[in-house]
Design a protein around this ligand. Structure first.
Ligand SMILES: [Zn+2]
Ligand SMILES: [Zn+2]
Length: 318
């Protein structure tokens, strides 16, 4: 997701206009023009209500689901269905339909890759449908508190108990399920301080959450522990798990593979190095942004936010 809390905001940095106008491409690519800022959460949920879910089979019993929020995945079998991430609350009927179209197995668990609203907003609905929610312990902490989304001039109330993870972990959690070993591992702070990956080891499917935006400049949530260096480290940790045939699910963007994750890391590293050098030479954030350090990369990367916004994030977190 594309916001931060605690009143440390893009607004303060004079970047709100660009952020707001471009955020839909990160968050709900089907959305039209941005609504009034105060309607942002409603707009996101409206997109969740109207965006169809595209289902792609990745393995005998694993599917990728792509709709309005972050990318989701489903694993089915006699031990029950595991769902990764829950998009927006309004997308829950579509998610349930998409799951029913591929499996008649019983609900088991919903795993959240991190705390952002485009990955957890459907938790309460999926919990009501029989899924128990698993996440990193800080995902629970953050969801239990109101979030101030300055980027969108929006506040999210604390989530109710039914939406909160009932099983949490600090570092790793492993689960034998439907004939596979499902590993949940916390990254050090990267996109946020709550990020985990989910690795179906036998199927060789890896869901990286928002530490990987495939083919797009990322949003990094500096308000909740995110940084460019942490994101690069997390992406490298993921790359080390990947073989040539590993199916790598990004938080946003198309299904990826090892080569695409590698090229994402190369892009992040190139921007980090350029911006860090300029910062060390004494240049201000505005001066660095004005130098357009991503100009040679811009034609090859979609701009979830503007290149300027990405450079600002890198400058502030490098
Ligand atoms: Zn996110
Ligand atoms: Zn996201």
């Amino acid at each position: 997701m594309t916001f931060e809390i605690n009143r440390r905001s893009f607004l303060r940095l004079g970047m709100a206009t660009g952020a707001a106008s471009l955020a839909p491409r990160w968050v709900f690519s089907q959305a039209a023009q941005p609504a009034a800022p105060t309607d942002r959460l409603a707009q996101m949920r409206a997109a969740g209500a109207t965006t169809p879910i595209k289902t792609t089979k990745l393995y005998d019993n694993i599917w990728l689901l792509q709709g309005a929020g972050g990318n989701m995945a489903v694993q089915s079998g006699k031990d029950g269905i595991i769902l990764i991430d829950s998009s927006f609350a309004t997308a829950v009927p579509h998610i349930r339909e998409a799951i029913a179209a591929v499996s008649t197995d019983a609900p088991h668990a919903l795993v959240n890759t991190h705390w952002h609203v485009d990955h957890v907003d459907g938790n309460e609905g999926m919990h009501a449908a029989g899924y128990h929610v698993i996440a990193h312990e800080k995902t629970k902490t953050r969801m239990a508190e109101p979030a101030e989304m300055k980027l969108f001039h929006m506040s999210i109330p604390a989530y109710p108990a039914g939406a909160l993870p009932s099983t949490t972990f600090a570092t790793t959690m492993s689960h034998k399920h439907n004939g596979d070993t499902v590993e949940l591992v916390h990254y050090d702070p990267a996109h946020t301080d709550t990020d985990i990956y989910v690795h179906f080891q036998n199927a060789d499917v890896l869901h990286c959450g928002d530490i990987f935006f495939n083919k797009t400049y990322p949003f990094i949530d500096e308000g909740t522990g995110g940084s460019i260096g942490g994101t690069i480290s997390a992406a490298q940790k993921s790359l080390a798990l990947a073989g040539e045939k590993t199916k790598i699910i990004p938080g946003h963007g198309p299904l990826g593979d090892k080569a695409e994750l590698k090229s994402y890391i190369d892009m992040l590293s190139a921007v980090r190095d350029k911006v860090a050098a300029l910062k060390q030479s004494g240049a201000s954030e505005q001066e660095v942004v004005a130098k357009k350090p991503t100009a040679d990369l811009d034609p090859n990367w979609l701009h979830g936010g503007s290149p300027d916004m990405f450079v600002g994030i890198v400058y502030r977190t490098v």
